[in-house]
Every structure is written in C-alpha cells, then in structure tokens.
Ligand binder design. Structure first.
Ligand SMILES: C[S@@+](CC[C@H](N)C(=O)[O-])C[C@H]1O[C@@H](n2cnc3c(N)ncnc32)[C@H](O)[C@@H]1O
Length: 265
C-alpha cells in the first residue's frame, strides 16, 4: 500500500494527549532490557558541539529521556507539522542541557534549512504520516552534512498483533496499519534508494499487559477507535475481557520497532 496513515494531523497531534494514552501503555507494560528511547540513543553517533535535527519531534519526550547521557554542546532543532507539538517540545527541551534549542513548524517534505546544516537527522515514527516519503527523505539527505547520519524509526507489520486483532471490533485492521504505509520494507528500500546504504536493528521487546482498561483507553485514542459507536465499543470490551481471560489475566504480545540508519557519503 502507498499513501500515508490518517493525516488529520491537527486532530491527532494538536497536542500530546492522544499520543500519551498509547505511550502510557508502552511505558507501563513493555518488557525489555533497555527501554526504547535509551536503546535508540545508544545506537546513534551523538557528538559534542554538533547540530541535530529531530523532524516529527512530537512532544520531545525522546530528548527529555536521554538528554543526561548526551555529549555537551549540541544545537538541537525540533521540527514538526503541529504547532502544539513544536511548542511543547521546545519548552521541554529548553530546560535541558543543550547548547541551543529552536522549534520550527514545518512539513518534512519542505525543510526550511540550508543544505548541509546538520550532523544528525532523526525522524522517529513519523514517515508513515507523510504522503511523499521520497521527497521527505530527499530533504533529510539534503540538509545533512557529508558524513552525517539519518536515523529513522518505524513499526513492523507484526507489531503488538494481539492488540490490533482486538481492534477489529470497531473496524480496525488486525495489524499495525502504519506498517503498510511505512514499515520495515519501505524504510529499507527508500533509505537505500536515496543514501545507497542502510542498516537495520530491531528493539527486542514485548508487552505484558495486566490492566484491560489501559488497552481500551490506548486503542480508542486514535482512528478508527476514537470514532467508534457504543455497540462497537461494547464488542471491543467483550473481546478484551475474553483475551485477558484466555491469558490467565494478562495479555502478552510481541513488539516490532525498528531503527534504520543511513550515512550520507
Ligand atoms: C507518532 S508521533 C512521533 C513523535 C516522536 N518522533 C516520537 O517518536 O516520540 C508523529 C509526529 O509526526 C508529526 N508529523 C506528521 N506528519 C508530519 C509531516 N508531514 N511533517 C512533519 N511532522 C509531521 C506529528 O505532528 C507528530 O508529532
């Protein structure tokens, strides 16, 4: 499939509240040796006195989590289509030990930055929202300095399958639909096409959920669950209860989150 995941960006990402319902599920119930943000940061070539662009930065939670472990002197640019996200991320990061922090409202397909401006460009879990992904990746390539690094993250088709299967109660797909717009294969193919190289690593993690209500809240925080009617929601609750009963009071499911890294030669 081509295209982009539901792009009512203002509704979904006007601020971080809807994203927080999903993040809470991930934070509370993920079983892993190294949490996601720390795991990603541990694989990126952060350097002292370098310039970093985070495109589709969201609320800036990544930086709040990892700032203490970063080298000194980083100039951080936080860019997002959503003004609310830019504001929140910028306020959050200004309190952190960066050399400078600036926020920029922009579309990933038209970055308002000069060629060869950044040592590192990061685009985490956002390219599936972009219609012209080739153009966005070309822009990321353009603004990178030679020798610079692009880091992209996304989900695989098998991500938290047990949860998506429950969402069919309200018309959801039985898999993480974002992976049909920009999944592992797209990331590999499109980054390689532009950069000529790409490496991939998958975060080793699974979920073990103990509270059925948290499943309900997370999956009804975004389309199509956020528009489901009462009968569908009742069916959804029944399916959740059945799944927890079948698992002896817990719901277990594998996660699939991947990090794709390309170097600009
Ligand atoms: C799932 S959130 C990811 C946030 C953050 N990168 C993270 O991993 O926690 C997707 C973000 O991409 C932004 N976004 C969507 N389409 C965009 C576009 N075309 N250009 C820039 N940002 C976009 C949304 O506003 C949202 O903040």
């Amino acid at each position: 499939m081509s295209g982009a995941a539901d792009t009512n960006n203002a509704k979904q990402y006007g601020d971080s509240r809807k994203l927080a319902a999903r993040a809470r599920l991930n934070q509370e119930y993920t079983i892993t040796e190294t949490p996601w943000f720390e795991w990603v940061a541990g694989q990126l070539p952060f350097k002292a006195n370098s310039s970093v662009l985070d495109i589709g930065c969201g609320p800036g939670w990544f930086w709040a989590t990892i700032a203490g472990a970063l080298p000194q002197g980083i100039d951080l640019t936080l860019a997002d289509l959503s003004p609310g996200m830019v504001k929140e991320a910028t306020e959050r990061c200004q309190a952190l030990p960066f050399a400078s922090v600036r926020g920029v409202e922009t579309n990933a397909t038209e970055l308002p930055f000069a060629d060869k401006s950044f040592d590192l460009v990061i685009a985490m879990h956002m390219l599936y929202h972009v219609r012209d992904q080739e153009k966005a990746i070309a822009e990321m390539h353009r603004v990178l300095k030679p020798g610079g690094t692009l880091a992209v993250t996304t989900n695989g088709m098998g991500d938290t399958k047990a949860l998506y299967e429950l969402s069919t109660a309200f018309g959801g797909t039985p898999y993480n639909i974002v992976a049909t717009y920009f999944g592992y294969d797209h990331a590999e193919e499109k980054l390689r096409a532009r950069f000529g190289n790409v490496t991939m690593a998958e975060h080793p993690a699974r979920m073990r959920i103990t509270d059925p209500e948290d499943v309900f809240l997370a999956l009804t925080s975004y389309p199509p669950g956020d528009a489901a009617g009462e009968p569908e929601l009742a069916l959804f609750r029944t399916r959740i209860d059945e799944a927890f009963a079948a698992g002896g009071g817990v719901l277990e499911t594998q996660k699939q989150s991947g990090l794709f890294v390309s170097k600009k030669t």
